[in-house]
Design a protein. Structure first.
Length: 147
């Protein structure tokens, strides 16, 4: 019986997305049979994602370094390095670096697919195609509730 290959992704490795800051795909869905996608986000002070909902993915977020504010419309929490939060699909949530130092998040999306989303969004951002961004969000079931 042939064993599937083991994949190792080192620091600084993975797929980056032009126009989207420091999001890097560490493990694409193809390596896990679409079971999950793993992303690394390095957030400068003030950066993050506004309130949004994923229809198809649960997100497990690890604060790898620094601290980050996470929450939903009614509450927020300041998470320190080593903390996890689970955002179930169809639950509005946000995350933002509200400190004056960088932070790093590791996001595991279950099932996989956010790597495809970020690849498509990246292309639309580089082309400055706002109409395409809306269509991509709709196709991937991601709705932003505030700017």
């Amino acid at each position: 019986m042939t064993q599937p290959p083991i994949h190792i992704v080192g620091p600084g490795e993975g797929t980056s997305y032009p126009g989207l800051g420091t999001i890097r795909c560490k493990i694409p869905r193809q390596l896990t049979g679409n079971a999950c996608t793993v992303l690394e986000l390095r957030l400068a002070p003030g950066e993050g994602a506004s309130l949004h909902v994923h229809q198809h993915e649960d997100e497990v977020v690890l604060v790898q370094a620094g601290s980050c504010t996470v929450g939903h419309a009614d509450a927020s929490w300041q998470l320190e390095a080593g903390s996890f939060v689970v955002f179930p699909r169809q639950t509005a949530h946000f995350f933002r670096n509200t400190t004056d130092a960088p932070c790093t998040l590791i996001i595991t999306a279950v099932p996989g697919g956010l790597d495809g989303y970020f690849a498509e969004i990246s292309a639309a951002v580089v082309q400055q195609d706002a109409q395409a961004i809306g269509a991509i969000n709709a196709r991937y079931g991601i709705t932003f509730l505030e700017a």
